[in-house]
Design a protein around this ligand. Structure first.
Ligand SMILES: Nc1nc2c(c(=O)[nH]1)N[C@H]1C(S)=C(S)[C@@H](COP(=O)(O)OP(=O)(O)OC[C@H]3O[C@@H](n4cnc5c(=O)[nH]c(N)nc54)[C@H](O)[C@@H]3O)O[C@H]1N2
Ligand SMILES: Nc1nc2c(c(=O)[nH]1)N[C@H]1C(S)=C(S)[C@@H](COP(=O)(O)OP(=O)(O)OC[C@H]3O[C@@H](n4cnc5c(=O)[nH]c(N)nc54)[C@H](O)[C@@H]3O)O[C@H]1N2
Ligand SMILES: [Mo]
Length: 839
């Protein structure tokens, strides 16, 4: 048994890369008892994690229902324990390729939120300014009446906006996508994936022609170097980190590079930590590439055969030698050189990229440079040479694939008439109804249209923008507008739902069925384990009900949405995916049930799925096939089909370049420090679920400000003192955690809104604490992802802490400088089982 609040990653099971038997020395051979021994070779040992509710034993469990994790994108397979019609715990699935039985702390304890007494049980409508309970007919009736009035009036589809999630299921997104694109015909649809993985998609399209991760999680088993680009994987995809740590503790461990302004657990583990100034990733990347080219550490043959743009790239990076990056990023020159040495000498490099790049300055440009390193070194499409432009949310990949983020389903190109024709044929509608006269409207623009009044109906599903969007004072003003009809479909009465005209109570994970796809293209099925509370309904049923009531029809008068349950929706999606990169035609619910997850493309020709993409060095850049014709990375200007054809890609990847530019907001005399924001291991986003799981909430009950010891001393700040942060947008107050962030930078977790989700209700009379009160309305020119990671602030001390430390956890990046701060622990309530299978 282990307290997985105190011990985030559990017991180590060291292992080494697969090697031919004759190459293994006796000392390195397979050991029966992992942990104490040097470890074994080849495959990651099984360790099954389990947590059951107090008083329950395994023998009390009546059914184990298969699912996968819903609180991050790793796709860890698990079984839900059911007894007496309730969820009573979870257990990792030993046979699954992704996690081999392991679970993340959020997954072990987070399911308890399903049973919260605060779950929405009935629809709500606004009456005389207040939200009152009603029935489904009344709630849906109001939405449909307003929809028909708008659709039939002047401006029609232009008044509709849909803002969805990365947390629903594939079937739900596809249904929503068809309603939006072929029912209403609006381009104003996006997901919160815009805040999350828009840059992953954009960078993959720019370099390789379409979305889709080249790599596989098994690359961790084979690699000899791991580079983590702005990714605190130890706290945000803990099971993937366990796999990396197990390699690091086994024979022939991979080298490790971390790029992060804070002393995260990843940074502490790495051989080289580049604590860059927030907003300067691009200078570092250009310098690393400069060095690789300068030293001749690239694969000339691969570059010649499989890429376009080498000369331009050389031209751009020429001006950015390591010395220049060391100055701009404010990191030691020798560290830049050391990182380049590792990148240049590894034979099997694995990279992961996440929010430190995607939500920072020049997001797509910087993410593309990681692609460039892999292309230059020919590090794609073979074991260990892996690249993940990471996802964050559990189903963000599906939002993108199915077109619920505004892209066209099946990674089709909105600007390619042939792709529009394919969809029109599939759905049996006129091509003209499918929006394709301009790029899909991105989330920040949808909110802008609502602000200006042209979007009059905004339907938010499974997102809490009143806490998660930048510049919250503005977002609240928009959501509260009299002339905006706001529909919120959620499982709790969130900060956003409080502002709605209609609130629809949704069933969630464990209470409904559907599929989802993790970052390495592994598809899992989650089955329904228990009934939802009250009148709550699956999101799929809500969308199907809307389609029925709106009476959307195809060209021949038949219902546009002809499916009726998750499996029939999945079959409809399969037809849409056929022949595209994300081809699901070989996947069935039957295949996914029982066995482990399956990686797309999975077709009758590849019935067990596909481990890696681009194994032959042929990319999806063909003009007739690609998802996008690309952009200028500096301005965001879009290229057209003609430009793309003229480049004659012929299956080659693009090496795209851009010079470094400073962030849109830099420090000034008034705002002399940089604010960056992000996550802690215990909470998920706006905490609607994790604050309702006692073990998780108790580990991080209140917000905090991370500040470096030198800055704290200069401001006269001690651990636990109350600080005020002010940016040009707003103010927040929280207690100081003096710890290892870089000098001049403060960090605030973005999880805490103005509502306490632990039953104590809205916070009144207290100063705001949400990180997004301070962040800026500004986005990457290519991916349109907001810049959450860089804002200028002024920091002042408001009051002393009387020697009481802040409530920040001690386990992750917020590990305190002061050793006297009591360690975060979960105690008996957090005791979980971990069972290591002996070889
Ligand atoms: N525990 C937990 N896990 C989660 C989630 C969660 O809410 N909680 N959410 C999931 C989701 S949706 C996502 S998107 C992922 C996000 O996962 P991550 O990207 O790992 O998480 P973040 O904390 O947002 O950001 C990562 C790091 O970026 C660093 N950073 C800030 N500015 C810069 C910069 O300019 N350059 C560089 N190189 N680094 C910078 C921060 O210090 C931070 O440590 O996590 C997923 N997993
Ligand atoms: N400052 C700052 N801001 C950020 C970030 C950052 O790093 N810094 N990160 C950004 C990123 S990467 C992300 S992903 C976003 C996340 O931002 P949000 O999407 O706003 O965050 P969540 O709290 O996950 O909101 C999901 C909502 O869906 C509800 N929900 C859960 N399951 C279901 C379901 O099955 N059906 C329905 N209908 N509802 C459900 C939950 O109760 C919750 O209210 O925040 C972004 N904002
Ligand atoms: Mo995210």
């Amino acid at each position: 048994m282990v307290d997985r609040i105190a011990d985030l990653w559990g017991r180590r099971t060291p292992y080494g890369p697969p090697v031919p038997a004759e190459a293994v020395s006796p000392a390195e051979s397979t050991h029966a008892v992992p942990g104490e021994e040097p470890g074994r070779h080849g495959s990651w040992p099984v360790r099954v994690d389990m947590f059951l509710d107090d008083g329950f034993e395994e023998s009390d469990v009546e059914a184990w229902v298969q699912a996968a994790s819903i609180l991050h994108s790793n796709g860890d397979a698990m079984d839900i324990a059911v007894a007496g019609g309730r969820i009573v715990g979870v257990r990792g699935r030993a046979g699954d390729r992704v996690n081999r039985g392991r679970l993340d702390p959020k997954d072990l304890y987070g399911w308890q939120a399903n049973h919260s007494p605060e779950r929405l049980r009935r629809p709500l409508v606004r009456e005389g300014g207040r939200l009152v309970e009603t029935n489904w007919d009344t709630a849906m009736g109001r939405i449909v009446a307003r929809s028909k009035e708008l659709l039939d009036g002047p401006g029609g589809w232009g008044h509709f906006g849909f803002y969805t999630s990365g947390q629903l299921f594939l079937e739900e997104y596809y249904t929503l996508g068809v309603i939006g694109k072929a029912g209403i015909g609006t381009p104003h649809m996006d997901g919160n994936t815009r805040l999350c993985t828009a840059t992953a998609a954009a960078a993959l399209k720019e370099s390789f022609g379409t979305d889709g991760q080249p790599g596989s999680y098994t690359d961790v088993d084979h690699c000899d170097a791991i580079a983590l680009w702005g990714h605190n994987v130890a706290e945000t995809q803990t099971v993937l980190w366990m796999r990396m740590l197990d390699r690091r503790r086994g024979p022939r461990p991979p080298a490790m590079i971390a790029v992060d302004p804070r002393d995260t657990p990843v940074a502490r583990e790495a051989d080289v930590h580049l604590a860059v100034r927030p907003g300067t990733n691009m200078a570092l990347m250009n310098a690393l590439i400069h060095r690789l080219i300068d030293r001749g550490w690239y694969d000339e043959e691969y570059v010649r055969a499989h890429t376009i743009g080498f000369d331009e790239l050389c031209g751009v990076v020429q001006d950015c030698p390591p010395e220049r990056a060391a100055e701009i990023c404010d990191v030691p020159l020798r560290s830049v050189e050391h990182a380049a040495d590792i990148l240049g000498s590894s034979e099997r490099l694995l990279s992961t990229v996440l929010q430190g790049f995607y939500q920072s300055n020049q997001a797509t440009a910087a993410a593309c440079q990681v692609n460039n390193i892999h292309l230059l070194r020919g590090m794609l499409g073979r074991p260990g040479a892996g690249l993940y432009q990471m996802n964050g949310q559990p189903t963000a990949q599906n939002t993108r694939e199915t077109g619920a983020d505004g892209d066209l389903p099946g990674m089709r190109n909105w600007n390619n008439p042939e792709h529009i024709r394919e969809l029109a044929e599939l759905w049996n509608v006129e091509p003209s109804i499918i929006p394709h006269w301009a790029p899909p409207t991105h989330a920040m623009q949808i909110f802008r249209y609502a602000e200006q009044g042209s979007i009059k109906l905004l339907w938010v599903s499974a997102s809490n923008p009143a806490v998660s969007l930048p510049d919250l004072a503005r977002v609240r003003r928009i959501l509260a507008k009299e002339d905006l009809f706001l529909v919120v479909q959620d499982v709790f009465l969130t900060e956003t739902a409080m502002l709605a005209d209609v609130v629809l109570p949704a069933a969630t994970w464990g209470e409904k069925q559907g599929t989802f796809t993790s970052v390495d293209r592994t598809v899992h099925l989650a089955d329904k384990a228990v009934e939802p509370p009250g009148q709550a309904r699956a999101d799929l049923d809500i969308f199907l009900d809307y389609a029925r009531r709106m009476d959307f029809r195809d060209k021949d008068g038949a219902p546009l949405v002809a499916w009726h349950d998750p499996e029939s929706a999945f079959e409809a999606w399969k037809a849409c995916s056929a022949g595209r990169p994300c081809d699901y035609t070989g996947v069935t619910y039957g295949l996914l049930r029982g066995a482990g997850g399956v990686q797309w493309p999975c077709t009758p020709a590849a019935p067990r799925g596909t481990e890696r993409l681009y194994t032959d060095g042929r990319f999806n850049t063909d003009p007739d096939f690609c998802e996008d014709y690309g952009h200028d990375l500096v301005t965001g200007a879009a290229y057209d089909a003609e430009h793309h054809r003229a480049l004659n890609p012929g299956g080659r990847a693009f090496l795209k370049a851009a010079a470094y530019q400073p962030s849109p907001e830099v420090t000034s005399e008034d705002h002399p420090m940089l604010l960056t924001t992000g996550r802690t291991v215990y909470h998920f986003h706006t905490r609607t679920k994790t604050a309702r799981a006692p073990q998780l909430n108790d580990a991080a009950p209140e917000s905090w400000v991370e500040i470096a010891p030198g800055d704290a001393a200069a401001l006269g700040v001690a651990e636990g003192d109350l600080l005020r942060l002010e940016s040009p947008r707003g103010t927040l107050e929280a207690r100081a955690r003096v710890c290892g962030t870089r000098p001049g930078v403060v960090f605030v977790p973005f999880h805490y809104g103005y509502w306490d989700h632990d039953d104590s209700g809205p916070r009144t009379g207290e100063a705001p604490r949400a990180a997004n009160e301070l962040t800026i309305t500004s986005w990457d020119p290519v991916s349109k992802q907001p810049i959450f990671k860089v804002a200028a602030v002024r920091v002042t001390r408001v009051a002393g802490g009387d020697g009481v430390p802040s409530a920040a956890p001690t386990t992750g990046a917020a590990a305190p400088a002061d050793p006297q701060v009591p360690a975060t622990a979960g105690g008996p309530a957090a005791r979980a089982r971990q069972h290591v299978e002996e070889a």
